[in-house]
Structure formats: structure tokens, C-alpha cells
Ligand binder design. Sequence first.
Ligand code: NAX
Length: 332
Amino acid sequence: MAEPLKVVVTGAAGQIAYSLLFSVAKGDVFGPDQPLELLLLDITPMMEVLNGVVMELMDCAIPLVKNIVATDDPKVAFKDADAAFMVGAMPRKEGMERKDLLKANVRIFKAQGQAADQVAKKSIKIIVVGNPANTNACIMSKYAPSIPKANFTCMTRLDQNRAQAQIASKLGVSNGDVTNVIIWGNHSSTQFPDVAHASVNINGKKVTVPEAVKNDNYLKNEFIKTVQQRGAAVIKARKLSSAMSAAKAACDHMHDWFFGTKGNDFVSMGVISDGSYGIREGLMYSYPVRIKNKTWSIVQGLDINQFAREKMDATAAELTEELEAALAECEA
Ligand code: NAX
């Protein structure tokens, strides 16, 4: 059997982690033959709750789990880590704006970036889930200069999954029949869910989503709005932010990073912009990516029409503003 993979989960006492840890532990992400060491980080007042999570993980008696470490010290959590799910942050409550979250959360990611820089493996693969996810990932990377920028990503897979599910439900097909939905930009209400390049399998025949839906007005308005507002709709109904679906999406993201994308299919991930599609270099922007040998690359050459251009630029403008505010906060 392989050496245990050291997997960090921050915010390990929280609600997303509660679903995420079970999936990771039973092999959904790193495979059924990959032993794991789980490194669980939360804040000091949550150590008792975290201890309860550790007890439950033990009681699952999952053979893949070789060791569990629960700690409030980022340097203990990140020591020689191979992968990290950065979930720990203050969650958005009903009526709370993202910018209120920014101040509280960028400082967390600065400190955890510094810890990872000092003690994690340089090959560590990091997904940031905690909001504002794109900007937190950018800040974490800035404060971990010895780790390649390509190793920092943020999660927009939940938005992709939401968009895919909306199209599948509209067309009465299964979720797996819808491929190549794109989320461009920020994991926020300015994100651009784009189905112009997506396909759907209908009775064994592959057609584009716009051809299958035959309703441009729906795709340009209601569909986009539903996906953009889905997080808020879940909070309104559940009085808590998305947790089960967020954990599933984090697993999908990390799984595909380790095992690659299939054929010509692509998935959406927040990655550091290299200027592709005219987006400012250095922003953590959600792009369509293909993954091979644990390395992502941005899908190039997609046609961008005027409608898409405007939406892509609007979400980039929000990210620029967020990043500037975050950098000012970190340097204050
Ligand atoms: P919870 O409040 O249930 O859990 C968060 C946990 O993080 C708590 O246990 C808290 O003590 C811990 N924490 C706080 N500061 C920490 C620190 N400095 N180090 C380690 N742990 C720390 O929130 P939950 O519902 O699990 O959501 C976690 C984050 O995911 C939130 O920021 C939320 O906004 C974000 N989300 C991101 C999504 C995405 O698609 N990118 C979707 C779901 C979710 O809204």
C-alpha cells in the first residue's frame, strides 16, 4: 500500500467539513487504495467540538484512515501536507454582504498561507472554499511564495454543479448527460454561468445546450440568475449556507485535480489568471480547465460573444476591487 497522503481540512468542526470529512475518509477523493492521514484544523474555542468529530471519524472505522490529528495550530496542520481543503472561515449569514466577510477572512488566509509556506510540501494542492474564496486563495498564495501559484485554486465547482443540475432538470435528462458548463469569474452573484459551449446527451445524441433548450431568453436571464442566487436561496430556506452540496463539490474539484478530466471535457476552477480571455493577470478567476498529470490548463480558443464579454468583465471588475481591498487589509 502507498504511503498515507497528508490531507488538511480547515474549519474541520464546521458544517461543510462534517460532510466533507466522511467523503474524503472513505476514498471518494483520493481513491479507494490511498491511505490517508487527516489533519484537522479549527480555532481554539472549537477544540471540544472538533474532538467530537474525531470520535465520530474513529467510530466510522474506515480502513483507509491511518491517523487523525486535531489541532488549532496551522503549523501542525500543514506539516508536510500533500493536499488542503481550506474551509475554515466565517460563513455568510442571511442578509450579510460579501464585503463584510472580506475583512474577517483575509487575515485568516494570510496567516495560513504563511504557515503552509513554512511547513507544507511544495507540491501541496490547495482548494479554498471559505469565502470570499477567490480572493482568499489569492491572498494565501501571496503569503506562501515558495509554493507554486498553480497549486492554489478556489472552488466554483458548486456553481458548476448547480448550473448543470438546472439544465438537466429543465431538459428532463440526468445530471451526467450535461457536460462543459462553464463558470467564469468570482464565486459570487456576479459569476457568469455560461452554457454556450456546453453539450447535452439526448437519447444518445450529443447536442449543444442552446440547441436543446431552444430558449435564449431563459438562458440569458432566469437560468443565470437562478445559479447566481442559489447560495442565497439555500440560506433563506435552510437558515444555513450550503453544506452537503458544497462538500460534494469540493470533493469533485480535488478528485479531478488528482485524477484528471475525461477526454475533451472540462470543469471550472478558480485559478490564477495568466491573462487568458483578456482577464487581468494575477486575479484568481474561474475558468474552464482541463487536467492531466495533476496539472490544470485553461481551455483556450472558446468563442466569446459580446454578451459573454460583458459578463466576464463585470465579474473580473468585482474581483479586482475585492483583491485591492484585501491587499489593503493585509498590509494595514
Ligand atoms: P461553519 O461556520 O459551519 O464552519 C466554519 C468553521 O471554520 C468553524 O468551525 C470555525 O470555527 C472555523 N474557523 C473559523 N476561523 C478559522 C480559522 N482561522 N482556522 C480554522 N478554522 C476556522 O461554516 P461552513 O458552512 O462550514 O462554511 C465554511 C465556509 O465555506 C464559509 O466561508 C462559507 O461562506 C463558504 N462556502 C463556500 C462555498 C463555495 O462555493 N466556495 C459554498 C458554500 C459555503 O457558503
